[in-house]
Design a protein around this ligand. Structure first.
Ligand code: 6PG
Length: 472
């Protein structure tokens, strides 16, 4: 049996692409998949990389195809398949071997698996791999969690296969056990928010201004040359310009408007709320996907409640739409980093936010020109550790907020939904309101539950004069 220096289990889209990427960097990769036909297909299509792929008939054959200590990457769907493969591997592994989970796993599962594997004398690394299949093939952004020693043992491979931003490898050891998968989860939450805000702006141009997809495409293409330069804006322009080969219609018009989700966006919101953080823009994006899937209800409601978008449209300039996306993006990143900050405190991860922004600058789905400024902001003194309070982003926000305000107002008056952009605007207006309205909330809580409140002019805990009660 030929020897390999890496093992890879799971040759779906991501696994196949990553296997080829690793092989291209000069490594011999032992490959196994539950359905061996997929391995045969991968090798048949691997061209000059085929000799570097070692086909293994069984999971045991994959293990014995490598010398100790071994490193085996799992690229299987998150959840049970990860545990099933770990269980199948353990009997054949030796002390010091490492299992690396490259899927979108829940970070809590990664923490539990790390404990389990370490108790068995094995090492475990949870890596968030972003960039879709193209990224996996040509260079993804990689967010790693595990012990420093385990990371160091695999870092030389990760550093060669990952994306590079001006020669800087987009991979980092972010913390122990679940840290990498948590950061990847929040990355995906930001991805959901950015995609939703882009879709909302597309919707305003389509349903508000009556533009065809192919007329909207050049707008996104031009934005990709400015402050919004990013993979997601580039993808949007290409998607909107595409024609359906079967009908000749705009491709996007032929697609059912029901979005799927595998869980990472939802997990981001759940974890944020659990830690007492707000992820309102990400939550709006998750909610929009949920409502998108309730198509039958929407169709009935459109009939019974008067369809959305029938009110008069106030013209919106392209410049305002661009501003709306700029502000929305800054605030989605800001919410994401606040969630990372809370998790870093809670789990004692000491996350390096500047480094996280740096490794997102290339390879990943949310890569954008803005991330360089975000990294820079985190490298400098940041009031309250909050991105929106950096000198740079204060300028960006104040320069663009009027555009977002006009866009959300026009959408509201036209009756078109912009849940994520509206959430961004409300978040902005809330965070800059030094005296908010929860004085009333506190009064209500005290009125019906005697919860007490603090006074602006005296220390201590107080009650209001409701029900004839007096101060305590
Ligand atoms: C990436 C992507 C990738 C995938 C997510 C989100 O960073 O490469 O985030 O991991 O797109 O699984 O998928 P859903 O939209 O299906 O939740």
């Amino acid at each position: 049996m030929r020897q390999a220096n890496m093992g890879l289990i799971g040759v779906g889209t991501m696994g196949s692409a990553l296997a080829l990427n690793i092989a291209e960097q000069g490594h011999d990769v032992a490959v196994w998949n539950l359905d061996l036909a997929a391995v045969d297909g991968l090798i048949a299509s691997a061209g000059n990389l085929a000799p570097r792929l070692v086909r293994c008939d069984t999971i045991e054959a994959l293990v014995v195809a490598m010398p100790v200590p071994r490193a085996i990457i799992l690229l299987v769907p998150a959840g049970d398949p990860v545990d099933l493969n770990i269980d199948a591997l353990i009997p054949f592994l030796a002390a010091g071997d490492t299992i690396i989970d490259g899927g979108n796993s829940d970070f809590r599962d990664t923490i539990a698996r790390t404990k389990r594997l370490e108790a068995a004398g094995l090492a475990y690394l949870g890596i968030g791999v972003s960039g879709g299949s193209d990224g996996a093939r040509r260079g993804p952004s990689i967010m790693a969690g595990g012990t420093a020693a385990t990371y160091a043992s695999i870092a030389p491979v990760l550093e060669t296969i990952c994306a590079k931003y001006k020669d800087d490898p987009c991979v980092a050891h972010l913390g122990p056990d679940g840290a990498g998968h948590f950061v990847k989860t929040v990355h995906n939450g930001i991805e959901y928010a950015d995609m939703q805000m882009i879709a909302e702006v597309y919707g305003l141009m389509r349903d508000g201004s009556g533009l065809a997809a192919s007329e909207i495409a050049p707008v996104f293409r031009s934005w990709n040359r400015g402050a919004l330069e990013s993979y997601l804006i580039e993808v949007t322009a290409e998607v909107l310009a595409a024609k359906d080969p079967a009908t000749g219609e705009e491709m996007v018009d032929m697609i059912v408007d029901q979005a799927g989700q595998k869980g990472t966006g939802r997990w981001t919101v759940i974890e944020a709320i659990r830690m007492g953080q707000t992820a309102s823009i990400i939550e709006a994006a998750v909610g929009a996907r949920v409502l998108s899937s309730q198509k039958v209800t929407r169709e009935i409601a459109a009939h019974l409640l008067v369809p959305a978008g029938t009110d008069t449209m106030i013209p919106i300039s392209e410049h305002d739409l661009q501003s709306a996306l700029i502000v929305g993006r800054v605030l989605a990143y800001a919410q994401g980093f606040q969630i990372l900050n809370a998790a870093s405190d809670e789990f004692d991860w000491a996350l390096d936010f500047a480094r996280i922004a740096e490794i997102w600058r290339a390879g990943c789905i949310i890569r954008s020109a803005m991330l360089d400024d975000i990294a820079e902001a985190f490298r400098n003194e940041l009031p309250q550790g909050h991105l929106v309070l950096s000198q740079h982003f204060i300028k960006v926000l104040t320069g663009n907020i009027a555009g977002l305000r006009r866009v959300v107002s026009a959408a509201a008056l036209k009756g078109l939904p912009v849940p994520a952009l509206a959430a961004a605007l409300s978040w902005f207006d809330t965070i800059r309101q030094a005296r908010g309205t929860t004085d009333l909330t506190q009064a209500q809580r005290d009125y019906f539950g005697a919860h007490s409140f603090r006074r602006i002019d005296a220390d201590g805990s107080h009650h209001g004069p409701w029900h004839g009660a007096s101060d305590v």
